[in-house]
Design a protein around this ligand. Structure first.
Ligand code: AMP
Ligand code: GLY
Length: 425
């Protein structure tokens, strides 16, 4: 094999990983791609392991030891990062790994840790209290102003955040998180914080722990139904760049949030290498952190990476080697928009194994598979709540929007639902 080429293993199996695998496959330096577990769409580009789990640290470490041809591992999801997969691979193998170690990933895995970090280093965020027992939580919410936000400390699939309009709702939230333990240990501690007004922006950034280079901004749509109605989901659609996020906001966020966060992690001995995701709330000139993620967002990645012009493997290498300051990262001036087709019932219960048909669609539209698998006889079937995200790229938001909606008509399965208002916010 060409000495300049590298075989890559991507960990994860959703729409985000499909977009990452697609971008890697476009690199001049990409050799063979593996994906654990992958999905039916990723299988067109990578050798997948559908029987394995992205959180199976023993299995993944064994796979890397066996597959000596793998030169780079990219860890995409939150769970294996929080469990310390990067630390494990670095300790036990000689493979190069893209992603933060466990100590750095705690910025996402523990909201108590991230809020205390922001307080210590003066990074703007909502005022808050933390507490580890239901009785003191109840005492705090009695005296609080409303609306009020209560968040489980740990990872809860984006569902551990409760926005409470009045005291009775806050009492229910405390019971659900801390007494009934709806999210298990994730709710042993909670953050109780001030409700912020404004608009939300997602900014993903590459960082090698010293330099932080923001990617194109994006807009997520977290609620299940049009007009931001219904329950919170993992994300029903996105577009990039976010049209409300101005250059002035970006400069402010860089100075007040991005650089101080990376410096804070370094000072705490938790050098962060990988992708840091900033969920920001902006109100006029006021930029504050709603949340951090220690990884690429989903479905933000499905609109951000299609606009990246620089070779993604070159960026991964620069991050791993600590020379991100030496690479110039270029972006297309186009707009990308992604609409997610979800299973009937999602984000509550839904059927799996439902046959999917994909009709004629434009060749330049990307169908990123999120929850798909091969059923009996190799037929394409659903295997998750979010099934397929359709991403279109065009010169402006309106054209990208039209193209994405024209093409999602090609995707069909029983119970399909998707938002009709992505990009109109
Ligand atoms: P998080 O997982 O912390 O980003 O919270 C999920 C969603 O809850 C965010 O995307 C916001 O829409 C909302 N949210 C979280 N914290 C606040 C807050 N302090 N004020 C207003 N909305 C919030
Ligand atoms: N779309 C939000 C996330 O990836 O957490």
């Amino acid at each position: 094999m060409d000495k300049n080429k590298v075989n890559v293993l991507v960990i994860g199996g959703g729409g985000r990983e499909h977009a990452i695998v697609r971008k890697i496959s476009e690199s001049a330096r990409a050799g063979k791609i593996y994906c654990i577990p992958g999905n039916a769409g990723i299988a067109e580009l990578a050798e997948c392991r559908p029987g394995m789990s992205a959180s199976d640290l023993d299995g993944i470490t064994a796979f890397v030891k066996e597959h000596k041809d793998v030169g780079l591992v990219m860890v995409a999801p939150d769970d294996p990062l929080a469990l310390g997969l990067v630390d494990r691979l670095e300790a036990e193998t000689s493979v190069r790994v893209f992603g933060p170690k466990k100590g750095a990933a705690e910025i996402e895995a523990s909201k108590v840790f991230s809020k205390n970090l922001m307080k210590k280093y003066g990074i703007p965020t909502a005022a808050y209290d933390t507490c580890g027992d239901a009785a003191s939580a109840r005492a705090i919410i009695k005296k609080a102003e409303y609306p009020l936000v209560i968040k489980a400390d740990g990872l809860a699939l984006g569902k551990g955040v409760k926005i409470c309009a009045y005291l009775a709702e806050a009492e229910l939230a405390v019971t659900e998180l801390m007494v009934d333990k709806a999210f298990g240990g994730a709710g042993s501690q909670v953050v109780i914080e001030e409700f912020l007004k404004g608009f939300e922006v997602s900014v993903l950034a590459f960082t090698d722990g010293k330099t932080v280079t923001p990617m194109i901004s994006s807009q997520d749509h977290k609620r299940a139904f049009d007009g931001d109605k219904g329950l919170n989901t993992g994300g029903m659609g996105t577009y990039a760049p976010n049209r409300k996020y101005t250059e002035a906001h970006a400069a402010l966020a860089y100075e007040a949030v991005f650089v101080p966060t990376v410096r804070a992690l370094e000072k705490e001995g938790r050098l962060f290498k990988g992708v840091l995701y900033f969920g920001l709330m902006i109100d006029g000139e006021d930029v504050r952190v709603l949340e951090y993620n220690a990884r690429f967002g989903d479905p933000e990645t499905q609109v951000v990476l299609p606009l990246l012009k620089t070779d993604l493997l070159d960026i991964f290498d620069a991050v791993i080697d600590g020379r991100l300051d030496q690479i110039n990262i270029e972006w297309s001036a186009d707009t990308a928009l992604c609409v997610v087709a979800a299973s009937g019932g999602y984000p509550l219960g839904y059927a799996k194994g439902v046959p999917i048909t994909i009709g004629k669609h434009d060749a330049d539209v990307a169908l990123y598979h999120a929850g798909t698998a091969f059923g009996a006889g190799g037929a394409l079937v659903t295997s998750g709540g979010r099934v397929i995200g359709v991403t279109a790229v065009a010169a402006d938001l309106e054209s990208a929007r039209k193209k994405a909606y024209d093409n999602i008509a090609a995707v069909n399965f029983e119970g399909i639902h998707y938002r009709k208002d992505i990009g109109t916010k």
